[in-house]
Write a protein of this length. Structure first.
Length: 208
């Protein structure tokens, strides 16, 4: 099907002045250490529900937009192939591979916490106590609420940027990352994410 892709993969303001070609320009994204800090926090069952832990893992390991996240339906999850069908901007559809640990967390949420909800019959994966479908503001507000506890400003799109940035830094081809993100062109991904930081250039020169 056209527009479908399949993959198993899963600092910081932009300069406000004109910069020369090749100058430092970095994307706002979490470092590896910050990712570990966030994941350790959401692992605390006394502070974070299974649903909210799943939200963080889904944002980080699929790079979906928050609007795409709240629109995930049960039928979008294919357990046999471990894939997630995502309906993005402009009605474009893409298929993303689901990590095993993410799939297991989905199962735990669906079989436990979600099953006990009065909206357990909802077609949407993420439900709330008041609605059969979670609202994007609920995701944003919760991330903002835990930001002080974790010691960094969190918001949904940060996880999308982090996923893309880490994939590129680990050598995943930009074409693959572009398809995971659902970008309309590789050029958009390149323009947004392929940049050279001061540290990158210094490390390169140290190889001489």
């Amino acid at each position: 099907m056209k527009g479908i892709v399949k993959n198993n993969f899963i600092q910081l303001r932009k300069d406000r002045v004109p910069i020369a070609n090749g100058s430092e320009k970095v994307v706002e994204a979490l470092t590896n250490e910050e990712v570990e800090r966030v994941l350790a926090y959401v692992q605390n069952e006394s502070k974070v529900s299974i649903r909210n832990r799943l939200i963080v893992h889904t944002l980080l390991y699929t790079a979906v937009r928050v609007s795409e996240l709240i629109n995930i339906k049960h039928g979008d999850i294919e357990p046999l192939t471990s894939t997630l069908t995502v309906r993005g901007k402009g009605g474009k559809v893409r298929e993303i591979g689901i990590r095993n640990d993410l799939r297991e967390l989905m199962k735990i949420y669906q079989a436990g916490e979600r099953k006990e909800s009065k909206y357990h019959d909802s077609e949407y994966l993420f439900v709330t106590q008041r609605s059969p479908k979670m609202h994007r503001d609920a995701v944003r507000n919760w991330l903002a609420k835990i930001s002080d506890d974790i010691g960094m400003k969190l918001y949904p799109h940060l996880f999308r940027r982090t996923c893309a940035t880490l994939l590129l830094r680990r050598g995943v081809p930009v074409v693959t990352v572009s398809k995971i993100l659902g970008h309309y062109s590789v050029e958009l991904t390149s323009k947004t994410y392929i940049q050279t930081s001061r540290a990158d250039k210094q490390s390169a020169l140290n190889l001489l």
